[in-house]
Design a protein. Structure first.
Length: 572
């Protein structure tokens, strides 16, 4: 539930696992004479096995009567070590009945850093022969949505290609980010109400929520370009482009010793936008993206333009946050065990008074948020008979409560969970969610990022929603999914535990310990836009009344109604 949200926010909720990465490598073809089966008998590992009868090794043993089968959860994976770097041209999957509806084929030089070379959300099982184009020593099938209530199961996982015909996919552990903080130049830049200070430096700041764009008045033309000065001669091995929707269909990556004479080291006429990781080989002090055909009527725009290699004069960027420890430990909690009428702990929570966004009808009054004396926080929505006594100006008809941990507790990565009982009634909108902490220092929504863990509409308490919002996907285009209880019961009938398990790879949402949605960072970057969730966030609890999404309350709502919260806990 954001502080700012466009009308019709939920008209078109987008399911994170329902976006297909469209690339030129999706065509199916038979293996050529030059392709060799590389995976048979190689070392193989998996995220899990259903039991000892279905080990990972059974998928690469060449025996069509033995199989690997995973645990019954999402995500799951199986990977094979080819023993040396290979050019991957084809992957054959022979599925058992428990097949993957949504999955990726990924490659890696080291078994740690993965690059997708195929993705689908409409897998049909059976025998799949996938023509791909990638390089790496390791290949894995990474499943994000099962087709049945069981796991993932493969009779055979076969990888075809050639060993050593091309160089390995550059390993970020061995290469350095050379472009961070370095000076940039461009054919033009945008600076207006639609893209404020979208100058070249924004593409080299490793901030996924800031971008460079060509000028809206003079720069929506071909050709256009952006370049970076690496400070000294460098060996360029990889370029990462995270495109805004204004992407390049045809462009070159060029290098130069002097910023004047340019040599192409990569060229395409079929760019598809989103995130592109380009393995290249060139030498120069300057690197440029030179666009010759726009993919839209607009200009060119990049959230990130990263140059990786050796040499240059790199500036060390701030370290990325570490992933949570395993096993995690409790680092913050509120059990709400105060006496009836006690306000939330002011050392942990800030009251959030005022009128809600999204054309909501309530005024958030601190008096509406207190302990119920039974170990719960009660956020109460009321209809006020005399609004002037509780609302400034007497303009509101309804009051409710909203609290947040901003300025008191923020965190990056971990498991955050709450045990909540939601109210039933038209016009009610309970939520447990998080906002990027930079919202408190002036970065506007959705550039700060938003992680919605629980949202339920009182008019449909059989459905809950979890969603993420960012500059490239927000409001009705947020990445998320609706889900229901397995029994078909109402969420308002009892307490339930909603949780977000958040790390550098994405967010896994669970309900009562059952995975209901996996939002993969790699998949979002490859299909929707930049991932803006690798920084501190704070927690929010509120019960809205009315608004664009839930609509207004009516006589059947039966106010007052309460959202009850047994606890909120954070583990890292």
């Amino acid at each position: 539930m954001p502080s700012l949200r466009s009308p019709g926010r939920r008209v078109a909720l987008m399911i994170a696992a329902a976006v297909t990465l469209v690339t030129s490598c999706l065509a199916v073809r038979p293996a050529s004479a030059a392709d060799t089966l590389l995976s048979q008998g190689r070392t193989v590992t998996a995220s899990s096995a259903e039991n000892v009868a279905f080990p990972a090794s059974a998928a690469v043993d060449g025996d069509a009567g033995t199989r690997w089968s995973s645990g019954f959860a999402d995500p799951q994976w199986i990977q094979v070590d080819l023993g040396a770097t290979a050019t991957i041209t084809q992957v054959s999957l022979k599925w058992e009945t428990a097949y993957g509806r949504a999955f990726e084929i990924q490659t890696s030089p080291n078994g740690t850093t993965w690059t997708p070379i195929y993705s689908t959300t409409t897998g049909t099982g059976g025998d799949q022969t996938l023509a791909v184009n990638g390089s790496g020593r390791y290949v894995r099938m990474y499943g994000t949505q099962r087709s049945t209530q069981y796991g993932y199961s493969l009779w055979e996982f076969q990888v075809y290609g050639t060993i050593g015909s091309t160089g390995p996919d550059p390993d970020p552990g061995a290469l350095k980010l050379l472009s961070y903080g370095r000076p940039g130049a461009a054919s033009s830049s945008q600076h207006d109400g639609n893209c404020w200070e979208c100058v070249p430096a924004r593409a080299f700041d490793r901030d996924p929520a800031s971008r460079w764009a060509t000028s809206s008045t003079t720069g929506w033309v071909d050709p256009a370009w952006i370049s970076v000065d690496l400070g000294a001669t460098a060996q360029i091995k990889k370029v990462v482009l995270q495109w805004d929707p204004a992407y390049a269909k045809a462009f070159e990556i060029q290098v130069s010793a002097n910023g004047t004479t340019w040599t192409p080291i990569y060229s395409t006429t079929s760019g598809a936008g989103f995130k592109q990781t380009l393995n290249v080989d060139g030498t120069g002090r300057y690197v440029r993206m030179y666009g010759t055909q726009r993919g839209t009527p607009y200009g060119y725009s990049l959230w990130e333009f990263q140059v990786w290699g050796t040499g240059g004069a790199p500036i060390t960027p701030p370290p990325l946050p570490p992933d949570p420890a395993d096993p995690p430990r409790l680092v913050w909690s509120d059990e709400f065990n105060g006496a009836a009428g006690t306000r939330p702990d002011a050392a942990k929570w800030t009251q959030d008074p005022g009128t809600g966004p999204n054309n909501e009808l309530e005024y958030y009054n601190p008096n509406n948020t207190a302990m119920d004396g039974n170990g719960n926080l009660a956020i109460t929505a009321r209809q006020e008979a005399t609004p002037g006594s509780v609302c400034p100006g007497g303009t509101c008809q309804y009051t409710s409560g909203r609290i947040n941990t901003g300025g008191r507790f923020t965190f990056t990565y971990g498991r955050v969970e709450a045990r909540v009982k939601v109210p039933k009634g038209n016009g009610l909108w309970p939520a447990f969610w998080m906002m990027g902490a930079d919202f408190l220092t002036g970065r506007p929504w959705p550039y700060n990022g938003e992680i919605d863990i629980l949202e339920v509409l009182g008019k449909d308490v059989k459905t809950a929603y979890s969603t993420v919002h960012a500059p490239a996907y927000n409001g009705g285009g947020g990445v998320g999914s609706p889900y229901t209880l397995p029994t078909g019961a109402d969420f308002s009938d009892d307490f339930h535990v909603w949780a977000a398990n958040w790390d550098s790879k994405g967010i896994v949402y669970t309900l009562d310990g059952r995975t209901v949605l996996t939002v993969s960072k790699d998949q979002v970057e490859a299909t929707r836009g930049p991932w803006v969730f690798d920084h501190p966030f704070y927690i929010i609890l509120n019960l809205a009344v009315g608004g664009d999404w839930p609509g207004p309350p009516d006589a059947s709502t039966g106010l007052p109604k309460q959202m009850l919260v047994d606890y909120v806990r954070v583990y890292q």
